[in-house]
Design a protein around this ligand. Structure first.
Ligand SMILES: C[S@@+](CC[C@H](N)C(=O)[O-])C[C@H]1O[C@@H](n2cnc3c(N)ncnc32)[C@H](O)[C@@H]1O
Length: 220
């Protein structure tokens, strides 16, 4: 099945709220556990691209109490929800800096981050190579990189099966977004091609679940 892109930013209030209220306990925990098993405890500055409501940064901040996190999202509605979540945890809030910027306009100093993470952003992007260029620009030599995203199924029926399996109790707006995201997602093979095109050959790609791939490695 050909990829069907979706809008980049999740900036409708209703859409952002439905996403923030959904249960991502399992994949978000899996994301943190995967990072820890690959790289150990993070330290220094971690950059999260497309942070959404900041659930993953919050999990990392609670896990690694010296870690500083820059959490970036281009949607003001999402950053508002992230700030609300963080306002309930003073310690985490002091170490997580939220930035409302698209990755295309993000201007961080080169090689300024010790780790770069991203979950479920890439499938939103119309020009995916800009994402990998941002990781290369912001991550220092030796930075740990972990990216996870949806893997595009073979067809609409398979996408619908995945939605029915994992989002059966979620509101209609979220089920629709999830379905569209599956159709917009990249396959692991396409991600491999993107890494080759951007010279990030030190990163590996593998299927991580029935619906996710991960790309991971240490920048050289
Ligand atoms: C599916 S959500 C994932 C949120 C979060 N990473 C998580 O795992 O819960 C994707 C997020 O990426 C953001 N986004 C999409 N395109 C973006 C861009 N070009 N620059 C920055 N953020 C973007 C959306 O606004 C949305 O909040």
């Amino acid at each position: 099945m050909q990829r069907i892109p979706e809008p980049e930013l999740m900036d409708e209030e209703k859409q952002a709220l439905a996403y923030a209220q959904a249960d991502f306990e399992e994949p978000n925990n899996q994301f943190v556990e995967t990072f820890l098993s690959l790289f150990g405890q993070p330290s220094g500055t971690m950059l999260d691209l497309g942070c959404g409501p900041a659930d993953i940064p919050l999990r990392f901040a609670r896990q690694a109490t010296e870690l500083h996190i820059i959490a970036v999202d281009g949607a003001p509605a999402m950053i508002k929800l992230a700030n609300h979540t963080l306002s309930q945890d003073a310690d985490a809030k002091a170490r997580i800096e939220t930035v409302c910027a698209s990755i295309q306009e993000l201007r961080l100093p080169p090689q300024s981050c010790d780790a770069v993470i991203s979950n479920s952003l890439l499938h939103h992007l119309h020009e995916p190579l800009a994402f990998w260029d941002t990781i290369r620009h912001c991550g220092r030599t030796g930075a740990a990189v972990l990216v996870m995203d949806l893997s595009r199924p073979q067809g609409r029926a398979e996408a619908q099966d995945i939605v029915d399996t994992y989002a059966v109790d979620e509101p209609a707006v979220l089920r629709k977004d999830f379905f569209n995201s599956l159709l917009a997602a990249f396959t692991p093979e396409e991600v491999e091609q993107q890494l080759t095109a951007t010279g990030l050959c030190e990163l590996s790609v593998k299927q991580a679940s029935d619906r996710h791939w991960i790309a991971y490695g240490v920048l050289q």
